[in-house]
Design a protein around this ligand. Structure first.
Ligand SMILES: NC(=O)c1ccc[n+]([C@@H]2O[C@H](COP(=O)([O-])OP(=O)(O)OC[C@H]3O[C@@H](n4cnc5c(N)ncnc54)[C@H](O)[C@@H]3O)[C@@H](O)[C@H]2O)c1
Length: 332
């Protein structure tokens, strides 16, 4: 494990620690306090501050998790960027799981994907939205009648006071990337053409991301995201043949619900799927797809299969982000 910070501790360590076929063997973090508190909590003896030393000394690692921001932030400006850490791990023939965003650019994502292919390693980017149980169930129900013709991903936040993530990355690449990747997932197809409009409100940084995406299979995707909204709202819509699913994805587990309506049934008669009921747990990391994405990664390694959100696939999501940022809406 490279990284013992906030998100790793919130979702990845608890998931992996529960898998009986996984041993958390060694941890590396630049911050000694985080390193020790995480290792103490999970009973991990091998602790490192230098990931290269960890990968040299601990020889029997099958996979490496790299859970850090793509560029050094805070008091560790001298540290290496994610792309170098991941590429080093791949050259050491380790399968790698990394968080989003997979680097700060498409070029970096591509470079890591190429290193994975050259070293015959499996990779996975943490696009957990594809693994959220209520979203998966809703998608399956809509697809039982045929293809999803329209899909929408709404992702709003109130970050007026943080126009850029850690003062560096735009919110689309760093955060709303989840919504962009989710459109690709909901459509089940490759992007054919797009129109987009990106701008900034109340800041010099771009913070309003709007796109119409046409997929090869004919499905139409809508991205609706602004970071100057009242509060965090995250929602997927999937429409099929006379059937629709509205999936509300707040972080509060008891409010995570999918509403399914079909054949002119009114919304108050919708079939409601509650996250905690289908998961059988109130735990955030299980209801929001993190547990399931980790399981998918481990299973793929064991079965020598390519994880769904591997780096080559993530490169396509990064390319779509580039295209959205070109802001190509036509003037009449
Ligand atoms: N999928 C999601 O929904 C989701 C949500 C939140 C954050 N994230 C992602 O998770 C990643 C981590 O975010 P966070 O909030 O946990 O950050 P964090 O700063 O709390 O944790 C990162 C940790 O990595 C360590 N680190 C950095 N460079 C290192 C290096 N070279 N060697 C060893 N340790 C190093 C830091 O000391 C820190 O402890 C980010 O990429 C973020 O975008 C994903």
């Amino acid at each position: 494990m490279i990284g013992a910070g906030n998100w790793a501790n919130r979702v990845h360590y608890p998931s992996l620690a529960e898998f009986r076929d996984v041993e958390l063997k060694a941890v590396c973090d630049l911050d000694e306090e985080k390193l020790n508190s995480t290792c103490d909590k999970y009973g991990i003896e091998l602790r490192f501050k230098d990931y290269k030393q960890m990968l040299k000394e601990v020889v029997d690692l099958d996979a490496v998790y790299v859970i850090m921001f793509p560029i050094p932030i805070g008091g560790y400006q001298h540290a290496e960027p994610l792309v170098d850490v991941v590429t080093y791990g791949l050259r050491k023939k380790k399968h790698v799981f990394l968080e989003k965003p997979p680097g700060i650019s498409t070029e970096q994502t591509k470079k890591m994907a190429e290193a994975a292919a050259a070293n015959n390693c499996r990779t996975m980017v943490g696009f957990n939205r594809r693994f959220i149980p209520i979203a998966k169930v809703a998608k399956k129900i809509v697809e039982e009648r045929g293809m999803i013709t329209h899909c929408a991903a709404t992702y709003h936040k109130n970050q007026i006071k943080q126009p850029k993530v850690y003062g560096v990355l735009d919110h689309l690449t760093s955060d709303a990337i989840h919504a962009v990747d989710a459109l690709r997932w909901m459509s089940g197809s490759e992007v054919k053409t797009i129109a987009s409009y990106v701008r900034s409100f109340y800041s010099d940084a771009i913070n309003s991301f709007n796109a119409l995406v046409i997929f090869e299979n004919g499905a139409i995707g809508h991205l609706n995201s602004c970071f100057t909204a009242g509060t965090r709202v995250h929602r997927f819509e999937m429409h099929g043949k006379g059937i629709s699913a509205y999936v509300d994805l707040p972080q509060e587990v008891d409010q995570q619900k999918a509403f399914i309506v079909w054949d002119n049934r009114s919304l108050d008669k919708a079939e409601i799927i509650e996250s905690s009921k289908i998961v059988g747990s109130q735990e955030f990391h299980k209801c929001y797809g993190y547990y399931q994405e980790n399981r998918h990664f481990i299973d793929c390694i064991k079965e020598d299969e390519e994880p769904e959100t591997n780096l080559a696939d993530a490169t396509k999501t990064m390319m779509l982000i580039d295209k959205i940022k070109e802001s190509t809406v036509c003037r009449l």
